[in-house]
Design a protein around this ligand. Sequence first.
Ligand code: KIV
Length: 284
Amino acid sequence: MTKKPVTTADLRKQKQEGQPIAMITAYDYPSAKLADEAGVDVILVGDSLGMVVLGYESTIPVTMEDMLHHTKAVTRAAKHALVVADLPFLSYHGSVEEGVKNAGRLLQEGLAKAVKMEGGAEITPVVKRCVQAGIPVMGHIGLTPQSVYQLGGYKVQGKDVEAAGRLLRDAQELEEAGAFALVLECVPTEVAAKIRESVAIPVIGIGAGAGCDGQVLVFHDILSYASQIKPKFVKRYADVGSQIQEAVSTYVYEVKTGQFPSDEHGFTASEETVSYLYGKGVTS
Ligand code: KIV
């Protein structure tokens, strides 16, 4: 039985009722289908796809066209989970109009149900306008990978009093601007828990401890599926990468040694065709 599609209102209710929200990234049809069938509440088409499936060193090179391509595949698969798509680097900074237009494309062409943007108080004008236009927005504060060069690396954020206070204000301003939820990345557990209790919208953590309203991790990271980074906050639930490598090595070996294909993997012609080809001296 297909469960009914998750809405932003459902996520708010989950927070109110203390039911944790499970969110995971997916970048293509099969991963989204498996995640959806496993019962996740939210699928994020994260711009982490730039690093995870496109092989870039950061999320900076990811374009709107990349995001649309992957979002379309994910939304074809997701029947239950709310699909949120990331706005990539610089797609919402040039002007509010450009940000709304790009956010709209992720819904209209990609068929996502919401968008995610990185940043705090400084992005509230574009958040407000998107929300006014009917585009649900998820915020993303803490470690914001699109600012990796400004942050000086992938580091824990909000450790001192000033930085923690700024994060708290950013969360409140994003809520005021109309964001329906927030991702809080790489923030000390105590800071995250305080932010969570200070806003009515769900706070979904990644490397932000157990005091959040939900958790998000990258699909390939929890499966050890050729994921290159190994952050402390990731828990591995399977070692799919080793299984794939072993299976493909065995395939290569069997092809090269003539063990594959065997008769069971082939098709048989009719007796008449066999006799025509082999019995009556058809020359090759
Ligand atoms: O792009 C992404 O995958 C993300 C998550 C890590 C939250 O933003």
